[in-house]
Design a protein around this ligand. Structure first.
Ligand SMILES: NC(=O)c1ccc[n+]([C@@H]2O[C@H](COP(=O)([O-])OP(=O)(O)OC[C@H]3O[C@@H](n4cnc5c(N)ncnc54)[C@H](O)[C@@H]3O)[C@@H](O)[C@H]2O)c1
Length: 372
């Protein structure tokens, strides 16, 4: 029953039945899974702040996963992560792949290198989980997906919000009929303050993925924009979904990052789900009755960013997909779909007209949108 999904905190069973409030006691079922060896390629901000801690988080909870190599061209970064994580380091991904003994690489280097690094791994049969955007260019992203399929190697894209409790629960509620219909409207406000991150490719792509995940394939994109120093500073993106539903994303780099940041509303028929700042989920399903809302418990003994941010859940799913224990929740083709929508937004801004995506969108496979 989806309403019982834990909200990023220790599960009810762990706290009340197993007397293991941290959820860290030996778990023989999890321990019995096949050990997988992970290489981390690009050991900068997101690797150190999110993915490496997520690996430790899973290891602490009996997941058989080990860090088999850390790759970064920067020697200071290599020394730091080697000291912290006690794994072998390499200056280039080729050195790690030559050594063998790696089941999955996490591609966490700058965007423009994602394609090249993942290609090298896929070519030698190593599964790859690639940070967003899958690639900067759609042709490169599409070629990467084709290569993975030709080689029969798993290619996953990072869409960590899907595994973050407010969005995961919203999705479960939609599947459970909480909206009383299929979603009819997707509405999102996204703001970004960091000047060094591209608004559309690096930031908005996260909520574009959510739009696709909740609503299915997009047929038509129309965008208007405001520009600063030759770059998109703000945009309003309207979407027509193949289901007949509509969507609007208001995105801006003129606002703040640390103040109200992201708001998603999914409307059904006389019912609406709202996710506020990837933190609080509210279901309004009665005109006069009470709303139902979920917020995490803050004490950090029970709440971890590795889990609440969606990183540990996403990685665990990818590991289980490699083992053949679970369907992959974030296939590479869905990373391609988000890149295609972002490209269509740029095209619409440049041409001042709507872009019909038709068969082009959803990674060329409309029926492959993940359903967990
Ligand atoms: N999922 C999210 O919420 C999220 C958050 C932040 C960043 N990201 C994405 O993660 C990626 C990395 O972002 P970041 O903020 O950590 O950047 P960063 O600049 O802090 O780190 C990138 C690292 O990659 C290394 N690198 C450069 N070339 C390399 C190569 N050829 N092989 C291996 N390593 C190489 C750099 O030395 C650096 O240490 C980007 O694609 C970014 O869009 C995703």
């Amino acid at each position: 029953m989806p309403l019982r999904l834990d909200f990023g905190h220790t599960s009810y069973q762990a706290a009340f039945e197993r007397r293991d409030v941290y959820g860290v006691r030996h778990d023989p079922n999890r321990r019995a899974k096949r050990l997988l060896r992970v290489g981390v390629v690009g050991c900068g901000g997101v690797a150190q702040a999110k993915w490496l801690p997520a690996i430790r988080y899973l290891q602490t909870r009996s997941e058989p996963v080990e860090i088999t190599g850390l790759v970064d061209p920067d020697s200071m970064t290599r020394s730091k992560v080697a000291a912290l994580y006690g794994a072998a380091t390499y200056a280039a991904v080729g050195e790690l792949l030559e050594r063998g003994a790696v089941d999955l690489i996490l591609v966490l280097c700058p965007d423009e290198m994602h394609g090249e690094i993942a290609r090298q791994a896929l070519a030698v049969g190593v599964a790859s989980l690639v940070e967003k955007p899958l690639c900067r260019r759609t042709d490169e992203a599409r070629a990467l997906c084709t290569l993975a399929e030709e080689r029969g190697v798993l290619l996953a894209s990072v869409a960590n919000k899907r595994f973050s409790p407010p969005y995961a629960l919203a999705r479960a509620l939609v599947a459970d009929g909480a909206l009383r219909s299929a979603p009819t409207v997707f509405s999102c406000k996204f703001t970004l303050g960091y000047p060094y991150v591209d608004l559309l490719e690096a930031g908005t792509v996260h909520v574009v993925d959510l739009a696709l995940w909740f609503m299915g394939p997009v047929e038509r994109v129309f965008a208007i924009g405001a520009f600063r120093d030759g770059k998109v500073e703000s945009a309003i993106i309207s979407l027509n979904f193949a289901s007949g539903a509509v969507g609007a994303i208001v995105t801006s780099a003129a606002a703040l990052s640390f103040k109200p940041w992201e708001r998603v509303e999914i409307i059904g028929r006389n019912a609406v789900l709202v996710v506020e700042d990837q933190f609080e989920l509210t279901l309004y399903d009665e005109e006069t009755g009470p709303a139902k809302s979920w917020k995490p418990t803050i004490p950090n003994t029970l709440l971890f960013d590795e889990s609440f941010g969606g990183y540990a859940g996403l990685l665990e799913n990818v590991l289980d997909a490699i083992r053949g224990l679970a369907p992959l929740g974030t296939p590479g083709r869905e990373g391609l779909a988000a890149v295609e929508i972002v490209a269509a937004v740029h095209e619409s801004l440049a041409r001042g007209e709507a872009i019909e995506l038709g068969e082009r969108t959803q990674g060329d496979r409309g029926d492959r949108m993940g359903r967990q």
